[in-house]
Design a protein around this ligand. Structure first.
Ligand SMILES: [Zn+2]
Length: 335
């Protein structure tokens, strides 16, 4: 039975463009507290970080866990950032955050070790430790929402690459002369299959004069969004079905590439698009398995993420545990 002092906790911090979340989590993943506030990113980094520090203190107070039981804080934040120096570079969702030494600021204020990684790597680590990737040594995680992010776990550890930027699976090119992408490249997976770009491709087809139920559902081309696409798809609208089928071919191709390169046991898909359920997973599994090489398809499964709305805080916790190199047994969980 766990006695006083035998259990250890991590403070998980999730910095998003619209909300800040912080939670106290035991190292076995059981959550003790969680609080959130709006980011109000337009106020700039200093005020946002001050509010973040207040939020951390509040959530620790609400948890009832004494500070000396909290072994570290983990932070997940939109990139680009440097996970080794703890500096935020210039994320598109946080205007004005240019070369912000976030880890140093939080460490000075909170007095515990602080570890930072980008939100997609954090989510990959969170799913690996607490969610759909538990017990799996080799996995690739993709989050498909407004953009497409990824994280790669090899041999049970996050693969960060030479300067911490590995795993940009959304910017793998699937069409050498394809659509322009935000990153400056062409034909990227994200340029076709992110939620934003699925809607953009549907809108472009409607604006080019193709008839579609989408226009009736959304009201005008610029209001075409995921909900409208879902409704039009259910109604069997030919244009929407065609856009969706193309998207599945493209995503399935991208995932086949991932399978061929990494030979993972599991590909975990998260993000808003996974709400489409079997409408997404059935075609993607079929296409990815038909395009990937035989021996690699024998061991891989493509599964939905499990952490849902908790992935931000739990992913941040997993960042800290990964960097400390802590497993549950080493710090006495369950003892
Ligand atoms: Zn790109």
């Amino acid at each position: 039975m766990a006695g006083p002092g035998s259990k250890r906790y991590v403070l998980g911090i999730d910095i998003g463009g619209t909300k800040l979340a912080a939670g106290v989590v035991a190292i076995d993943g059981s959550q003790v507290s969680q609080d959130r506030v709006p980011t109000l990113a337009h106020e700039g980094p200093d005020r946002v970080i001050d509010r973040l520090i207040d939020l951390c203190r509040l959530t620790v107070e609400n948890s009832g866990v004494p500070w000396d039981q909290i072994i570290a804080a983990g932070v997940g934040c939109g990139g680009p950032l440097d996970p080794h120096t703890g500096v935020i570079k210039e994320p598109p969702n946080l205007p004005g955050w240019v070369d912000i030494p976030l880890v140093q600021r939080l460490h000075e204020a909170l007095g515990i070790p602080v570890y930072l990684d980008n939100d997609a790597n954090a989510a990959a680590l969170g799913e690996h430790r607490f969610g759909a990737g538990r017990g799996v040594d080799n996995l690739v995680y993709l989050t498909i929402s407004t953009g497409i992010g990824g994280g790669i776990i090899i041999g049970g550890r996050l693969y960060q690459g030479e300067n911490g930027n590995a795993g940009e699976i959304g910017h793998m090119s699937v069409a050498f002369d394809g659509r322009d992408c935000n990153c400056g490249g062409r034909g990227c997976l994200e340029a076709y299959a992110s939620g934003t770009n699925i809607a953009a491709r549907a809108r472009e087809a409607v604006e080019a004069g193709e008839r579609s139920l989408l226009l009736e559902i959304a009201g005008s081309p610029e209001l075409i969004n995921g909900e409208a696409i879902d409704a039009a798809l259910r109604a069997g609208d030919p244009l929407t079905v065609r856009i969706w089928d193309e998207t599945m071919e493209i995503l399935g191709t991208g995932i086949a590439n991932v399978i061929n390169i990494f030979n993972p046991k599991r590909v975990v898909l998260g993000g808003g698009i996974t709400n489409f359920g079997s409408t997404l997973f059935d075609p993607i599994r079929r296409i990815a398995m038909s395009r990937a090489m035989g021996p690699l398809t024998e061991v891989v499964e493509i599964v939905p993420a499990q952490l849902g709305g908790q992935v931000g805080v739990l992913g941040a916790v997993a960042v800290a545990l990964e960097r400390i190199g802590t497993t549950g047994s080493e710090v006495g969980v369950g003892v």
